[in-house]
Design a binder for this molecule. Structure first.
Ligand code: CTP
Ligand code: MG
Length: 237
């Protein structure tokens, strides 16, 4: 059973407010997306790593000269919404020799905006998806969560049951393909990939992740990432 990884890097990073597209912003002198590409390529179970890049950034991506990264496939052009980028990546993978049209192959979906994911966590979530069909990294919430509408609390879910979803999220190719097709037909946009599978009624396994596998979204996240490297120079995780 083959395993392919999509690294989603086709967003603009509007909330970051940086002159460069988020995936290309430097952290410790290295473009953000490189952290994820290198980490996923280093995971033994992963056979190929496919970057999903905005069409407008293709030249910028090629200029990085990443030929030295093992397992790196040609970039795929992403779409307007994150889900469109997943669909573009999946369409490219479906024809990819590595997956050999095998519906049981696994697809690892990771946000380039999460540079600190650890190889061991990737291996754990791949193993769970191999067993169960769909698995995601997540961490328990520290705070109490309120569901709110019009400024009023509707509900307080039991905190012990609340987890923060991270990436990678890993799915059997056939399951993800069906989930995405259904959502597209229904005109539904999910906020993560697991939700697509949940809409099918299929189970999704939670794999405890690491608290520091955080997404870089705002300028302060970028500043924190820089400080992290200052504290541990040369260390990536
Ligand atoms: N992403 C993508 N294609 C899109 C939108 C997002 O591949 N059309 C990717 C981003 O590059 C990022 C990940 O999905 O790695 C998570 O998205 P987010 O953190 O929201 O990044 P952006 O959409 O780029 O940022 P913003 O929402 O602030 O514009
Ligand atoms: Mg976004």
């Amino acid at each position: 059973m083959s395993v392919a990884a999509l690294v989603l890097a086709a967003g603009s990073g509007g909330r970051l407010g940086h002159p460069l597209p988020k995936a290309f912003v430097l952290i410790g002198g290295k473009p953000l997306l490189l952290y994820s590409l290198e980490t996923l390529a280093s995971v033994q179970e992963i056979d190929c790593v496919v970057p999903v890049i905005a069409g407008a950034d293709l030249d910028r991506f090629r200029a990085l000269g990443l030929d030295g990264i093992p397992k790196l496939a040609a970039p795929v052009v992403g779409g307007a919404e994150r889900q469109d980028s997943v669909a573009a990546g999946l369409a490219a993978l479906s024809n990819h020799a590595v997956l050999n049209q095998d519906e049981g192959s696994l697809v690892v979906i990771h946000d380039a905006a999460r540079p600190w994911v650890r190889p061991a966590a990737v291996s754990r979530v791949v193993a769970a998806a191999r067993r169960d069909g769909a698995a995601i990294l997540a961490v328990p919430v520290a705070d109490t969560i309120k569901r709110v509408s019009d400024g009023r609390v509707i509900e307080t879910p039991n905190r012990a049951e609340c987890w923060v979803a991270q990436t990678p999220q890993v799915f059997r190719l056939g399951l993800l393909r069906e989930a995405l097709a259904r959502a597209e037909a229904a005109g539904r946009l999910a906020t993560d990939d697991a939700q697509l599978v949940e809409w099918l009624g299929a189970p999704v396994t939670i794999v405890p992740g690491d608290a520091d596998n955080q997404k870089i979204t705002f300028a302060e996240d970028l500043a924190a990432a820089g400080h992290r490297l200052d504290r541990a120079p040369g260390e990536k995780k």
